[in-house]
Design a protein around this ligand. Sequence first.
Ligand SMILES: [Mn+2]
Length: 274
Amino acid sequence: MARTPGKLRVAWTESQTAQALASNPWRPVSSVVLGHRLLVLSDAHLGATAPEVEEALIGFLDRAPTLGDCLLLNGDVFDFWFAYRRVIPRQSFHVAAEIRRLRRRIPVVMVGGNHDRWGEEFWERDLGVDFAPLEMTIEIGQRAVLAVHGDGLTEAHWSAEVMHRITRHPLAIALWKLVHPDLGFWLVDRMSHALGNTTRREEVLDRAAVRQREWAERRLAGDSPPGCVVMGHTHRPVLTEPTPGRQYVNPGAWMDGYRYAVISETGAELRTWT
Ligand SMILES: [Mn+2]
């Protein structure tokens, strides 16, 4: 399936980060390297998961600078997130505040998932977090890392494709913005299965995970491949190296045992937070 190319290419050097934060803490800078030790997590589905999932994530964000030197939030951190003009979703407040606090210490970037793609300029303007709704390429040392949540690549059923087109359409997004947020969230609670990814059927997820890996391995074997492809969405932890030095990573879901990954210039590791 054809994909929109990455909206932005973000990176920092340490001194440029410091400089940018000193002159204007609201805008991140693009330059060369985001960091050398990238933390990746996705699929916390906050709002639909137990309070402990949020508490653990806040603990992780607080300690993140001791684990890595930059962070990628790779989609579906929130079970629903939508950028209204003047209000923000209440259930995301604590984690958003913690992300803001962390952003003062290390670079943070975010890619939208099928549950929280509608970030618009909120993350960048209010939190200093580079945000891309579909995919992003970042530099970790000399290594290009392609980050994509993974929805739209793995669903075999036509209805999922229709849903992806609707939820990504500018007109649908503009109309949704006119719905009162309390009503909007009430509606989402009732139709969240339609956003996809709520299936817990093991064999469906297994097949989706295989399609994701195949997609990633095609990207790694294609023209000007990245050094690493990272995805979430299927909640299946995976680490493969189809070509020496080129890896596909899925950290698995934060909501399933607080999983995350660490990607460096030369390797990647699957981890769990305790
Ligand atoms: Mn997802």
